[in-house]
Design a binder for this molecule. Structure first.
Ligand code: C2E
Ligand code: MG
Ligand code: MG
Ligand code: MG
Length: 287
């Protein structure tokens, strides 16, 4: 790096900055190729009824099977995809893969539950998201109710006309919309009311703290009551303990999701979960 600095051309670059820039361009080019080559894979995390008895949906969570680095988690490449606009191509790929997987499971005779996909604000802004969803569903002859869409609270705040039109078009097509990570963004209650989403996923931050004390419990209960008042179904994210599950059950929270029920798993493990359909510790409580 010292030599390069003497040559002049590079003198405006801090060596570490230069290296970071090259690394970033490489990663960007790699991600582009990865999307085309099919290196992205979906893992699935079940969403279950509030009593944790029945799988109600499978959330598709993208991973990158990197040829050198192995399995990469979304936090290692989604931010880059967002910065570079690759998130649009990535997101369309995710929708196609989710529909393909669902059609396969259906063909294998497994119980059919909707797959939930996460979408970015940029996908809403393209104005083609609803078409991408309905095209993928039609290609695999799937009912529109079999795909659901999760939009982060911050993405719903963008307020662009195209995004609002897309949200309306998606719902008009019969596809359910969920606000993801609720409580971490900056949407106002007025926006929430106007958006008229089908459901709300309470961020894991609230679930993990709900048993810390009366204030935390009251906050969680208030979000739940607010969502119900607006006729939204509620999903608690990030349930990690039996105590949290029991508390949620007593609060009439419709659905739950989290490591206590299941971590996100590869497709073949998700198929095994679906085959049982009815899950886990709560099975003891079935009568
Ligand atoms: P998300 O949609 O809120 O998904 C939930 C994340 O929390 C997942 O992380 C999941 O593995 C993790 N999680 C679930 N239950 C628990 C729990 O009990 N405890 C803890 N500590 N974590 C739990 P993951 O798979 O790493 O995904 C992170 C985020 O990346 C997602 O958050 C979503 O915003 C984004 N993402 C994933 N796939 C896609 C995609 O296809 N498109 C877009 N645009 N974003 C995606
Ligand atoms: Mg999500
Ligand atoms: Mg979430
Ligand atoms: Mg989250």
């Amino acid at each position: 790096a010292a030599k390069a600095q003497q040559k002049g051309t590079y003198r405006f670059f801090e060596p570490s900055l230069e290296r970071r820039l090259v690394a970033r361009l490489t990663r960007e080019a790699e991600l582009k190729i990865a999307i085309a080559r099919g290196e992205l894979v979906l893992h699935y995390q079940p969403r279950v009824s509030g009593d944790a008895v029945e799988i109600t949906s499978m959330e598709a969570l993208v991973r990158w099977m990197h040829p050198v680095q192995g399995l990469m988690q979304p936090n290692e490449f989604i931010p880059l995809a967002e910065r570079t606009g690759l998130i649009v191509a990535l997101g369309e790929q995710v929708i196609r893969m989710a529909c393909e997987q669902l059609a396969l499971w259906k063909q294998q005779g497994l119980p059919v539950v909707p797959i939930s996909v996460n979408v970015s604000a940029q996908q809403l802004d393209t104005g083609t998201l609803s078409a991408a969803l309905t095209d993928a569903l039609r290609e695999h002859a799937l009912d529109t109710g079999l795909v659901e869409v999760e939009v982060t609270e911050s993405a719903t705040v963008t307020e662009s006309g195209a995004a609002r039109g897309e949200l309306a078009a998606i719902q008009a097509a019969g596809i359910k919309l969920y606000v993801d990570d609720f409580g971490t963004g900056y949407s106002s209650l007025a926006q929430l009311k106007r958006l008229d989403m089908d459901g709300l996923k309470i961020d894991r931050a609230f679930t993990s703290q709900m048993l810390n004390g009366p204030d935390d419990a009251a906050l969680f209960a208030a979000i739940l009551a607010m969502a119900h008042a607006l006729r939204m179904k509620v999903v608690a994210e990030g349930v990690e303990t039996a105590e949290q599950l029991a508390a949620l059950r007593s609060m009439a929270c419709e659905e739950v999701q989290g490591y206590y029920i299941s971590r996100p798993v590869p497709a073949h493990e998700a198929a095994a979960l679906l085959k049982r359909r009815f899950l886990l510790p709560a099975q003891e409580n079935r009568h």
